[in-house]
Design a protein around this ligand. Structure first.
Ligand code: KG4
Ligand code: ZN
Length: 345
């Protein structure tokens, strides 16, 4: 097959997405549509699975139609349909799988069930053409792990968070500081005016000789530091918030950078032909973190890449791409017995 055109469908968390990708020696994103649900969940302080599932079921057909229309193609131009079949919120994953099965049954196209995390982990090959094996740091509101990508269906986990994901910690900490959601960007903005050395926040597990991390204690430490300031002055001033934000961001960055150095050590021992470190996930938008990770990669002699933000956060282009990787590798497609897997390591 010299040209492959694949429709991707993603609905495992709070984004309903559809995309069309074409491979003809090089990959092209013909369209990538994402419809978020942030407004629907805003009042609840987190994603409500039942609301998410309902919204996915309502939106999926529309997003698929929009993706095909924007790509200026019909279903007849497709070679396969790739869909996130796990892990994630079961209601959303089922909605996506049912939508893909309906399309596959109607068209006779092959269906490809894709692991959501594999979608994230394969994105640097779509955007930067990385060669296997490469090291991947996935940092978002729900994930935090180091993976060595050996092949389209072969990933080795070197370590990850043992409690909160960093994005979750950013969001909860922003709430403690009275900053708006999502917490990552607002903490980053406040931190620009802050002094990161004023509050000495902990860096858990920093010296442990493995790649595991912990972020839940950091939030508690931030709460204590905040309350101590309030006891002294009764009121949290703007500068206090900025300094607390800067201290928090620095602690997360230092832990991720130190563990990245450890992960790079293990990865470089594999003597990769074209050593590379890629970072993806919403937290990868953080400039202070990116700078620190780029420095670690340079020190280790690896290339550093970060896909553009729209392909770092949840999207369907990465799912279509994982489908193309699978077809190119010659692995067999799934069939209409494909099921949703809420848990899928
Ligand atoms: O990958 P993503 O869009 O969604 C999932 O978690 O699946 O990541 C969202 C997370 C949120 O927790 C958000 O606060 C965080 O990424 N984030 C950031 C920044 N931008 C987004 N964290 C730190 N610095 C940022 N600039
Ligand atoms: Zn994701």
């Amino acid at each position: 097959m010299s040209t492959l055109t694949v429709l991707g469908i993603e609905s495992s968390c709070d984004d309903t997405a559809a995309a069309v990708l074409r491979w003809d020696g090089a990959a092209r994103v013909l369209s990538s549509q994402v419809s978020g649900q942030t407004d629907l969940h805003a009042a609840f302080g987190g994603v409500v699975p039942e609301i998410a599932a309902r919204a996915h079921a309502e939106k999926l057909d529309l997003m698929v139609e929009l993706a095909l229309e924007t790509a200026c193609i019909g279903l007849d131009a497709l070679d396969a349909i790739a869909v996130t079949s796990g892990p994630g919120l079961i209601g959303g994953v089922v909605s996506g799988v049912m939508c893909a099965k309906g399309l596959a049954a109607a068209t006779g196209l092959p269906i490809l069930g894709v692991n959501h995390l594999a979608g994230h982990a394969l994105t640097p090959r779509l955007t930067d053409g990385l060669a296997f094996p490469y090291l991947m740091l996935l940092v978002s509101g729900g994930h935090c792990q180091f993976l060595v990508a050996h092949g389209p269906d072969s990933f080795e986990r070197l370590g990850g968070t043992i409690d909160d994901a960093p994005g979750e910690a950013f969001d909860k900490s922003a709430r403690l500081l009275g900053l708006p959601q999502p917490g990552g960007p607002s903490i980053e903005q406040a931190a620009e005016q802050g002094d990161e050395t004023r509050f000495d926040l902990p860096r858990p597990l920093l010296r442990e000789p493995h790649c595991d991390m912990s972020f839940s204690g950091l939030k508690t430490a931030l709460l204590r530091a905040r309350d101590a300031v309030m006891m002294e002055g009764n009121r949290l001033r703007r500068q206090d918030v900025n300094d607390l934000a800067a201290g928090f961001q620095a602690a997360v960055r230092d832990v991720l950078a130190a563990k990245t150095a450890r992960a790079l050590e293990a990865y470089m021992a594999l003597s990769p032909a074209e050593p590379a470190l890629a970072v993806a996930g919403g937290v990868a938008a953080n400039l202070s973190l990116r700078t620190a990770l780029a420095a670690e990669a340079e020190r280790a002699g690896a290339r550093f890449t970060a896909p553009p933000l729209a392909l770092c956060t949840d999207n369907a282009a990465m799912i279509a791409w994982a489908g193309i990787e699978r077809l190119r590798s010659g692995a067999p497609a799934d069939d209409l017995t494909l099921t949703a897997r809420p848990r899928w390591p």
